[in-house]
Design a binder for this molecule. Sequence first.
Ligand code: ATP
Ligand code: MG
Length: 400
Amino acid sequence: IPAEFQQALPVLRKLTKAGHEAYFVGGSVRDVLLNHPIHDVDIATSAFPEEIKQIFPKTIDVGIDHGTVLVLEESGQYEITTFRTESSYQDFRRPDHVEFVRSLKEDLKRRDFTINAFALREDGEIVDLFNGLADLKQHILRAVGNPHERFFEDALRMIRGLRFVSQLGFTLEEDTFAAIKENNQLLEKISVERINIEFVKLLLGDYRNKGISAFISSQCFEYCPQLAGKSQELLALSHLPEMTINYESQAWVLLLDQLNVNETDIRSFLKKWKCSNEMIKTVQAVFHALQVRKQKEFTSELLYQLGEKQALLTEELLPFYGKEANPAKVRHDYQLLPIHSLKDLAVDGNDLMNYFDKKPGRWLKELLTFLERAVICRQVTNKKEVLLYIAEKKQIESAQ
Ligand code: ATP
Ligand code: MG
């Protein structure tokens, strides 16, 4: 049993000592079997939420309706979820009603793919009710049970299947893939927020090109925001060099670039995908910088505008266009900029108002911007006397 599970083992033991069943479940069990690093360990138990809370002194109700309790132990925080079935599906979405059950089998049955339906016992024994181990060995993604029914229950599972193709490099089993192809229009019923999460994971997967190919051939893209009719453009995306994309913003930039989206349309595109304003701003900046950087080196001004982080996000994308990235040089050039923000300028608004004995107004903003630019482009040194002298010359010029 790997370290992450070791740490959580006492939590399982406390549940079983109290007479309940308890297992590690979900993606972490799959990832351990694949020798992949694991993030969060999920625990499933026959104990009902009230019973869980009696056993552990410190808990938080993070999803009590769905039977999930966060347990705070000295060794860490663990999500414990009561075995459940998901009855009464409405509109092909996640059910709003879940039923707690005492049977592990019922809980594993509701899970999406066989490789996500393992349970790991505290003694290290794997419970594999759906032949997930065989599928894992053969790198197959197979729906648990009847794929049609499962995608009807929750259409998001189709996009999840595609993102696991991209993350693991596995292949969707024939009937499972056929069911995705046949039911792809059900994606229209799914909230964009949920699709977004899975789609971003698809774009960031180590086997992205395989994932995008499956996304195209399943025709799921026809029911995703802004992607209908874009098979050729997506194909171009799937032909980019096989390199993992590190950050979500970079994934959007590459997608938008392959789709030939206009810089001015980025905002509305990403709004349709329900991206945050912060994400949109980063994508806009990196997209713009990339178009410049494809042609020539960063100017001091652009480096300054971007900041180090966005400049590096841009630089790292060059290899996707057959160009060499030089992040060390970007970092170096950025450090060498005379100033890194307006705060670093040797004069501020007050200095200028005092010097010219004028009230604030548009002139002040314009003058500060002028001085800022002159310093960044190394036309003048960042010294107060110098800047005031330059400012005065500029004021006389613009008065004429
Ligand atoms: P990751 O490593 O990205 O977290 P994961 O497999 O753990 O992958 P989660 O979204 O964290 O994915 O879900 C945890 C587990 O819950 C899954 O492994 C699966 O068993 C089950 N699950 C999650 N979403 C669904 C769904 N829509 N339908 C059925 N089962 C699901
Ligand atoms: Mg998970």
